[in-house]
Design a protein. Structure first.
Length: 217
């Protein structure tokens, strides 16, 4: 009988800088229900409890829309979120509305984080090179995991021009197969996770076209 290895993977996204618990709408059995949800203290408490229960075999990932939304975040251009997020013990992130402060400010925010921003589809217009790391490797509870990031691809197409000053975005579908092969062949990973802010329909279409991703968040 083979020994089982347990790894809990969590996805955080679209918190939109709601630092405090707040009303959210939920659909339950066809009815609209309002409940108190969110708040980063509650998220931190849940993560702490889960890590204790799972003996730290927890991989927490952020798919974006985290640095922008409430007044403290917008007024500080995202800087109010850095210390809070660094306390959560996240492993990696990708992004969407984070670019609202402009690419330079977002890069400044990323440089203050204790985890990487990942995107295989964000390029410098002039150097034609990736702006962020494309993937990360993490070994946890004996499992070697590769995490690939794809940022929201519409930032330079439908959003204000200053969001994407000096950078451009692709869908990521052409780049993804090469990174999957690199992680499998060179990284010798057991599991590949894609963190993406393309949106659910686009993610499903992408995964139908590209093989090798075991989990998408």
């Amino acid at each position: 009988m083979k020994n089982e290895t347990k790894l809990t993977i969590l996805q955080l996204n679209d918190t939109h800088a709601y630092l405090e618990p707040h009303q959210e709408v939920f659909l339950e059995s066809g009815s609209t229900v309002y409940r108190i949800a969110g708040g980063f203290a509650r998220i931190a408490g849940y993560l702490k409890q889960l890590r204790q229960e799972q003996q730290d075999a927890v991989l927490a990932l952020d798919c974006g829309d985290t640095f922008h939304g409430t007044y403290p975040a917008v007024a500080s251009k995202g800087e109010a979120m850095v210390a809070v997020l660094n306390e959560l013990g996240l492993e990696a992130m990708t992004a969407h509305w984070e670019f609202a402060y402009g690419p330079e400010q977002f890069r400044k925010l990323v440089s203050s984080l204790n985890y990487p921003m990942l995107a295989i589809n964000v390029y410098d217009k002039y150097a034609d090179k990736l702006v962020f790391e494309p993937y990360m490797l993490k070994e946890m509870n004996g499992v070697k995991v590769g995490v690939i990031g794809i940022a929201c691809n519409i930032v330079d197409k439908t959003m204000p021009p200053h969001f994407s000053e000096g950078i451009y975005f692709t869908m990521g579908n052409k780049e993804l197969p090469d990174y999957i092969q690199r992680l499998k062949q060179e990284g010798k990973v057991d599991l590949i996770i894609l963190i993406s802010h393309l949106g659910f329909p686009q993610n499903m279409n992408l995964l139908s076209e590209v093989e090798g991703v075991e989990m998408s968040a």
